[in-house]
Design a protein around this ligand. Structure first.
Ligand code: TXA
Ligand code: MG
Length: 350
């Protein structure tokens, strides 16, 4: 695609970012989950330009971001009571809800589907920008298609410089993994992508919710994905990644004879391993893992590993989302370690 000048904007320049959006331009913006590549969701040409900039398949729909619940009736054909209860509990925040779309939402935004995914982000910059732009913003994650989602402005610069009109630097994202996607178009409602609003949290509002099978299993090529994004290759670093389940001690023993491979491990494990490591947060703190994961996956590429063993975390809370992203980064290849005999130091401390 032809290159264009990409302005780097600061949060004091929201009026300029809003003017670009109103004019049908593309602006990468911070949200509390990951950076989004925003355009006017009601402008078909602007939405189409998002796909071109990201290299995204045109059947993978975009999330529409609004600043308040009052903007939603324009975008949907049905407003189930469940939506209001979910909104009351978890919006603004990292939750996206899929509903039957109205005619106002162009096919370019919905990827040709009859439904639309909607989210009210919690990030004050994102919400203020939606208000200033005066239109809902379509915004997929602001990465090149296939790469990990960006969690800081530098990731957006690396992926999208010369491909978008502006990148708005709002600092690092707090959550670090993308929003939970929940569809209200099935009965019972179904989680299509886990995020920081967990299954347990959603069940407090809607008793009957299920997890789509594609969240933790590999769909066969001929199986239809409920969420088109789930069938595409995602988050995969250049290196082959294998996901490894077991305690820190088991992981250390397993890695002892694998000096040529890299380890994606927890901060506190790095010192005990003999190989080159990239760390992704504290092993006991799923929120810190979520916040660091995508930066760590990007770092694996700069380290030029050919094989990486990734230590899987426990699955509680946002840990379920971390596990889902790691599974995809590993192409669903995982191993469970056997219990270690005592007295097997992985490397000698000098
Ligand atoms: O946290 C987030 O959700 C970020 C920020 C920027 O809001 N956005 C994001 O967008 O992750 P994206 O496009 O990278 O991921 C959206 C996912 C995709 O897997 C897409 O297939 C799915 O949501 N999706 C969007 N609209 C859908 C629909 N109508 N039905 C089913 N799945 C849908
Ligand atoms: Mg994405």
């Amino acid at each position: 695609m032809a290159t264009r000048e990409t302005k780097l904007l600061q949060t004091g320049q929201l009026a300029q970012a809003a003017a670009l959006l109103r004019a049908g331009k593309l602006v990468a913006i911070p949200t509390e989950t990951v950076y989004g590549l925003a355009a006017d969701a009601l402008n078909p040409a602007a939405a189409a330009a998002i796909y071109a900039a990201k290299g995204r398949p045109s059947d993978n729909p975009l999330i529409v971001h609004v600043a308040s619940v009052e903007e939603i009736p324009l975008l949907v054909r049905e407003l189930p009571d469940a939506l209001y209860r979910l909104a009351e509990a978890y919006w603004p925040g990292p939750m996206t809800v899929v509903l039957p779309k109205s005619e106002r939402v162009p096919d370019e935004t919905s990827g040709g589907l009859d439904t639309v995914a909607i989210r009210i982000p919690a990030h004050p910059v994102a919400r203020e920008l939606i208000r200033l732009a005066g239109t809902p913003l379509a915004a997929p994650s602001a990465n090149l298609s296939g790469k990990p989602s960006p969690t800081c402005a530098q990731h957006c610069i690396n992926d999208l410089s010369g491909r978008v009109d502006a990148i708005l630097d709002g600092g690092p994202c707090g959550v670090g993994v993308e929003s939970t996607v929940l569809t209200l178009c099935t009965n019972p409602p179904r989680i299509l992508r886990p995020g920081a609003v967990t299954l347990e949290m959603l069940r407090k509002v809607l008793a009957d919710i299920e997890l789509d099978e594609a969240v933790f299993t590999h769909l066969a090529d001929d199986q239809k994905a409920a969420s088109p994004g789930m069938k595409y290759k995602h988050y995969a670093p250049k290196a082959k990644v294998v996901l490894v389940h077991g305690s820190s001690e088991q992981f250390r023993a397993f890695m002892a004879d694998k000096q040529d491979a890299g380890a994606l491990c927890f901060d506190e494990e790095e010192k005990g391993l003999c190989c080159r490591c990239v760390t992704y947060g504290n092993g006991q703190d799923a929120a810190s893992q979520a916040q660091r994961l995508f930066d760590a996956l990007r770092q694996l590429d700069t380290e030029n590993f050919s094989l990486v063993y990734a230590h899987a975390a426990k699955e509680g809370g946002v840990g379920q989302a971390v596990y889902n992203r790691l599974l995809r980064a590993a192409g669903f290849e995982e191993i469970v370690l056997p219990v270690v005999e005592h007295g097997m130091p992985a490397c000698v401390d000098l």
